[in-house]
Design a protein around this ligand. Structure first.
Ligand code: ADP
Ligand code: MG
Length: 714
């Protein structure tokens, strides 16, 4: 057994009680202890003089010499104080510790200590209450950066620090480096031992930076290896080899020609599906690029080959929409197709499930919730997942694991409506083969886009009335601050800040509910409804359904409008406080209109008096929206303006987590540079040794990260 696998109780000072406290934090072994990285550091290296300190709200480091003997006083039962004075060149401070009688002998007269804490000013004197302290000793300089750990009950910073030090000294320099040396050197990374020492007890800032870089690289590298292994694993199963030769019966039913990009995508799919090993592919393309017909082609191949297919979507509305769009086409091809959603009667649902289990039914279209929970297929062939806006592979992973239990697996096709630059797509979807659809169907009339200020309001109101009078429908989207906390299946509204600071002079934000009332008052003869993230999803669906059926003319909403929802009759998208939205978000919102025959418009209303009041970046975003209609180009611009962090985060999922994997230090976005080199190295390594048979340590790191046991990897 390696030293690092020893239980924490082997460490000096860790007994059963502390081990239990550590277990609550998921720390069981010496390795766990070493990999429990500090959540922050205190910089105690900047020594100040008492007299120079002006900010009394934050902690400071001072070096003081003990001037009076510590005295204990009992202030009331069970409560005692230790007080003494200590000084530096600028003044004297009174130090107080509560209920720590054992400290009485720790501060001999004339000895110097480094104290760390808030410094109060009391007249000409200073005071510190329960500061942290370290004796100044000849020949052993104090560390500048001190770790701050996450605490669970029963543990203190001091204890963790001491236990981590014990773990480090137990291991000495004997922790085997998981990185092959050439990779480490090529990427100018420090050794694992150095990194683990410095992440806990940094020698200095550069030591800490080197440690972080190394450990972040490791996380990405192991993650990339895991994706690559899981792709291999998926590909190793057996899947039906489909007959993908002739698509003409389906093509004959289409009122249009496929675009070049669609043809390429369908070719990729056909190549995968005829191989007899499971397809694992993602189609990434802008809203409206025509992914549905690619999915239909895949379904066609599967059913033509005697197999069943499922199309899973995130919401019932989308399921209905896809069903309405596709069922007629499938039935004229002689395929049977059913809808499966929660709103149906139990009897209807059971009937559909039974038909799938008996093999009577060819195609089912339904919500992910229903289809991923145990539906039996007699002849599984293909699962298409319309992920729309979501990142993350957790659901996919769950699904493919389920498939893994079957002898024959279904082919998998995932569709994502978020145009993201290829490099990021590779990292996010590294477990899948990637097809990018970068071409829109011809003759798409562009959604004319305007950026206007408040002075345009009366004309805008008139424009709303005119569009509604013509039979069109209108979306009005406004930001709402509280939406930020929302998790779940909606796009979180990432209110934009410049340099991370909210602008104080910003105009009041329109909140959906209040604004809906305003709009109703303004247009008494128009039906107006609202939609926001705090509503129950059943209510949201009802509101959306009424809008889709044309019963509502104006929908006031936060960004929860389901991405992918198709209301072809909607022809006007108004975005209030548009300066608050990210580019990709504006683009997604604009994609809600221009989906039917009506000439469509997008009006971006910015809050200030004029464009001059908007920040440079906000201006650039609005200008970009006016000039640019290509989702991938907009994504690139967004990426370069916001940096990968904010860009991806507006996708609504934490990027410290991907594929069910949590990173300790790494962030897909902030560390995009390291990410790229780690992925490149992982690719090279798995090409040379696809099963990592010569790298057992790496393999066990991969298994640990993906929480797999060895057996499932093979
Ligand atoms: P998305 O990629 O957003 O899912 P859809 O598949 O819903 O896009 O397609 C959007 C619209 O474009 C649909 O109305 C579809 O019929 C139409 N469409 C798809 N492909 C073409 C094409 N090659 N030529 C013309 N129209 C197309
Ligand atoms: Mg779609």
């Amino acid at each position: 057994m390696a030293i690092t696998d020893l239980p924490v109780t082997k460490l000096y000072g860790v007994g059963a009680a502390k081990a239990a406290a550590y277990a609550k934090q998921g720390i069981y072994t010496v390795r766990d202890m070493l990999y429990d990285f500090p959540r922050a550091y205190e910089n105690r290296g900047n020594i100040e003089l008492l007299g120079e300190i002006t900010d009394h709200e934050i902690k400071h480091a001072v070096i003081l010499t003990v001037a009076t003997e510590p005295k204990i006083s009992r202030i009331r039962r069970g409560m005692s104080l230790i007080k003494f004075r200590a000084y530096d060149d600028s003044g004297t401070a009174e130090l107080t510790f509560f209920n720590q009688d054992y400290l009485k002998d720790k501060f001999p007269l004339g000895e110097s200590f480094r104290f760390w804490g808030k410094v109060e000013r009391v007249g000409r004197r200073f005071a510190m209450s329960s500061p942290a302290f370290e004796p100044i000793l000849e020949g052993s300089p104090l560390a500048d950066l001190l770790p701050v750990y996450r605490l669970s009950e029963g543990l203190t910073q001091k204890q963790i620090t001491a236990n981590v030090a014990a773990a480090a000294s137990l291991c000495g320099a004997e922790i085997p480096d998981i990185l092959p040396n050439d990779i480490r050197l090529r990427n100018r990374l420090c050794t694992l031992n150095y990194a683990l020492r410095n992440i806990h007890r940094p020698e200095d800032f550069s030591g800490l930076a080197a440690a972080k870089r190394r450990l972040i690289f490791d996380e990405f590298f192991v993650f990339a290896l895991g994706l690559s292994l899981s792709r291999r694993r998926a590909e190793r199963g057996i899947a039906p080899a489909c007959d993908c030769r002739d698509l003409s019966p389906l093509l004959a039913l289409l009122p249009y020609e496929l675009t070049g990009a669609q043809k390429r995508a369908i070719n990729d799919i056909a190549r995968d599906m005829k191989k007899g090993v499971p397809m694992n592919r993602i189609l990434v393309g802008d809203v409206g690029c025509g992914k549905t017909v690619c999915a239909a082609a895949a379904i066609y191949f599967a059913v033509k080959s005697g197999r069943q297919a499922a199309l899973m979507v995130p919401t019932e509305i989308l399921a209905r929409q896809h069903y309405a769009e596709l069922s007629e086409m499938f039935s004229s091809l002689g395929f049977s197709c059913e809808l499966l959603i929660g709103a149906q009667t139990p009897k209807k649902k059971e009937k559909t499930k039974a038909a799938l289990a008996s093999g009577e039914l060819d195609i089912v279209i339904g919500t992910q919730a229903l289809l991923s929970e145990g539906v039996d297929f007699a002849r599984p062939g293909l699962v298409v997942t319309d992920e729309q806006h979501r990142f993350g592979v957790s659901q996919r992973a769950a699904l493919s694991d389920k498939n893994a239990q079957n002898k024959t697996r279904a082919h998998m096709l995932v569709m994502s409506a978020t145009p993201i630059p290829r490099t990021l797509a590779l990292a996010l979807y590294g477990d899948l083969e990637l097809t990018v659809i970068d071409e829109m169907p011809p003759g798409r009339r562009r959604v004319d886009t305007y950026a206007v200020d408040e002075s345009f309001r009366p004309r805008l109101d008139g424009f709303i009335e005119k569009n509604v009078a013509d039979g069109g429908q209108v979306y009005i989207v406004c930001p709402a601050v509280e939406e930020k906390e929302e998790a779940g299946d909606e796009v979180s509204l990432d209110l934009l800040t410049e340099n991370g600071v909210m602008q104080d002079n910003s105009p009041p934000l329109k909140a959906a509910v209040a604004y809906c009332d305003e709009i109703r008052a303004k247009f008494p003869n128009i039906t107006v409804e609202f939609l926001h993230g705090k509503m129950k999803s059943a209510d949201k669906e009802k509101v959306m359904a009424r809008f889709a059926e044309g019963k509502t003319q104006i929908l006031v909403s936060t960004t929860v409008i389901e991405v992918g929802v198709n209301v072809p009759n909607a022809c006007l998208m108004i975005v209030e406080n548009a300066e608050r939205f990210g580019l990709s978000q504006l683009h997604q919102l604009r994609g809600r209109v221009g989906r039917g025959k009506r000439k469509s418009y997008c009006v971006l209303v910015y809050g200030g008096d004029d464009l001059e009041n908007c920040t440079e970046n906000a201006k650039l975003r609005l200008t970009t929206m006016r000039e640019c209609y290509d989702g991938f180009a907009i994504a690139e611009r967004d990426l370069s303006m916001r940096g990968p962090g904010d860009f991806l985060r507006s996708g609504g999922e934490s990027i410290r987590q991907s594929g069910g994997v949590k990173f300790r230090l790494a962030d897909m976005c902030d560390d995009a540079g390291i990410l790229a080199s780690a992925f490149a190295e992982a690719k090279a390594l798995t090409e040379e040794d696809p099963t990592l048979s010569s790298y057992p340590e790496l393999l066990s790191s991969v298994n640990a990260m993906f929480e797999l046991d060895e057996s499932t990897m093979n």
